[in-house]
Ligand binder design. Sequence first.
Ligand code: HEC
Length: 261
Amino acid sequence: MMAARRFKIPRLAQAVLTVALIYAAFRVVFDIILGQPIPASLMTMYMFFVVSGVFMVFTFTEESTQELVAPIRALVEDPSKKLVRNIVFLIVPLAAAGLTYMKMLPDFAAPLELRTIHPAPPSSAELYGKRFDLLNLTNPFRKFEKADPEKFQQLVAEGGAVYMANCQYCHGDKLDGKGPYAAALNPTPLNFQDVGTIAQLQESFLFWRIATGGPGLPKEAAPWISSMPVWQQFLSEDEIWKVILFLYDYTGHRPRSWEHE
Ligand code: HEC
């Protein structure tokens, strides 16, 4: 009898072990078997019920309650446990302070979500109250580049005028994204000189992005508060196509097209 007694796991340790085992079981089931980790907030909720349940079972009778709290009571009251008591009473507040400090530290790391700077355009879009098939949409003025260079230069100049009246405040008079308003904006206006912007894009993409602006950005480009205006409210279709001609002409970039791929 005595021997068996000595090996009995204390009730408090049993309770802690039970909770730990259930936690481990949750992790195994969700992370490994289902392959779908559950959100921390949900886990906290589950564990709250688990701890409450275990507590209820372990304090079911007066006797079991006494057994459960015995080690805690001994730690606080037993004169022979003075050293352990002092250590515990030192470590617990220190650990709490440390954890709180870590939690409160501001986090300067970039947010985890990746932002898509050039989101995939929808295959069609509702612009100017019409449906546009973006996959087959081309710049109606592009053909004059070869057919009538003089007329083309005229169209580019008109696009330049649209640009200087509307766009340079943000995108800069050198199209380098350094307009007078740029410093105050986040995300910053795009630098069209950079090979990573319009040189990578099709004219139909630009048409869609200029017409719908920041509010037209699809979800994958969020979290983003883009200040890019919704130009279909201020410019005509032709003005947008002309300003696009100007963007490529001034920077010397070529629009991307399916034929060259
Ligand atoms: C109020 C400031 C502001 C003005 C004015 C403005 N833009 Fe923008 N524009 C932005 C910002 C900020 C971005 C980057 C965020 C985004 O893509 O929405 C942007 C992005 C763009 C893009 C997307 C390029 C890419 O690589 O995805 C195009 C094209 C563009 N602007 C063209 C124009 C044109 C053309 C005008 C004038 C008709 C104009 N913008 C006027 C702020 C502005």
